[in-house]
Design a protein around this ligand. Structure first.
Ligand SMILES: C[S@@+](CC[C@H](N)C(=O)[O-])C[C@H]1O[C@@H](n2cnc3c(N)ncnc32)[C@H](O)[C@@H]1O
Length: 348
């Protein structure tokens, strides 16, 4: 697979939502083929910096080659974005002007022999990184029928989860993608509506293998603390479970009180830290979907770091200083500023 085969989704919309500007500092948490990263670097030049993260070592290799022209302003890290904050602290890469999550899989992964697709025969693996222990085959061949049905229902929103789980247990051991796809077809028939009958079960397994929803929730919580004042958080999701997490997170973080309805006085003490940029979700145009059918389920949501607290005057000042020094020096390490920032972040 070549690096050019993943077409970045909602590219112009992403650059606009991130409000990319020259000299800005950005994090791409899902580097993939480096398409969004290249556009961020183009638009943030001169002086822009990008920290790119991907759990998949192949994605890092491909992006390294693609972003070679920008090597002095990029830092590419092979890690899971669940470790976002630790990575930023380790490399002194904070605060930032914008953070992007373009979730899910790249075309490079879907078209690979790593078991993500039911359209190509391969071992049932589905791990983003070879360092992960549990594969899709482990789950398919060791979970009880009830556990499988629950997983397929919860992460695949599959209404035939019980039938599919029963059939899987009868057919075990199941070792390859096509064997699993055939087993699902035997359970529920070969075609239902527009999607292949194995779509939802494959999605469920992939989510479970990579703990996708838990990692997304944890990373969003970390991202908010890394954003400078008015820094942008942009998330592109590809299925309703992810989008629900993003939507609820952004809505909650844009409210001053998150007490349950009906409580007479606020007891939560929550304060808004985000302002929604687009109240309505952004989706690809029909032209984009025609050119890149894999973009069809994409949903983009964006929010801006916001703070109404008195102590944040200090926070804003430090950040302005930090951004300007970062841009002037172009360096990654600014220990004194980092110390001040840590103190500012820890102010209640
Ligand atoms: C849709 S692709 C990104 C494509 C990229 N925006 C581009 O333009 O080429 C998603 C990427 O995110 C990575 N990814 C998914 N979940 C991740 C996680 N929890 N941590 C790190 N990388 C992750 C995948 O390995 C994949 O390469």
């Amino acid at each position: 697979m070549s690096a050019t085969t993943h077409i970045p989704v909602l590219l112009n919309e992403t650059i606009e939502a991130l409000a990319v500007e020259p000299g800005g500092r950005y994090i791409d948490c899902t580097l993939g083929g480096g398409g969004h990263a290249a556009a961020i670097l183009d638009h943030s030049s001169p002086g822009g910096q990008l920290l790119g993260i991907d759990a998949d070592p192949d994605a890092i290799k491909i992006s390294q080659a693609r972003l070679r022209a920008y090597s002095s302003s990029t830092l590419l890290i092979n890690d899971n974005f669940v470790n976002l904050q630790a990575i930023c602290i380790k490399y002194d890469f904070l605060p930032v002007h914008g953070i992007l999550f373009d979730l899910g899989l790249s075309s490079l992964q879907l078209d690979s022999e790593r078991g993500f697709s039911f359209q190509r025969d391969a071992p049932l693996d589905m791990r983003l990184s070879p360092s992960q222990e549990v594969t899709a085959a482990d789950i398919v061949n060791t979970y009880s029928e009830n556990e499988l049905a629950h997983l397929i229902k919860t992460y695949g929103e599959e209404s035939h989860s019980h039938k599919i789980a029963r059939r899987i247990v009868q057919e075990r051991p199941i070792k390859t993608t096509l064997q699993l796809a055939r087993t699902i077809e035997q359970a529920v028939g070969s075609r239902r509506g527009k999607i292949h009958p194995a779509t939802r079960t494959f999605q469920a397994l992939r989510i479970a293998v990579n703990q996708e929803l838990e990692h997304l929730e944890a990373a969003l919580r970390q991202a908010i603390d890394l954003l400078g004042f008015e820094g942008r958080l942009v998330v592109i999701s590809y299925h309703s479970l992810e989008d629900r997490i993003v939507k609820q997170f952004m809505q909650q973080e844009s409210k001053d009180c998150i007490c349950p309805p009906g409580i007479p006085t606020c007891t939560c003490g929550h304060t808004a830290r985000l302002r929604l940029i687009n109240k309505k979700v952004i989706t690809p145009s029909s032209v984009e979907v025609q050119l890149n059918p894999r973009s069809r389920s994409a949903k983009l949501r964006a929010a801006e770091r916001f703070t109404a607290q008195a102590h944040d005057e200090q926070y804003k000042t430090i950040e302005k200083l930090c951004f300007s020094v970062g841009v002037q020096t172009g360096g990654w390490r600014k220990p004194t500023l980092l110390k001040k920032l840590r103190e500012a972040f820890s102010t209640p």
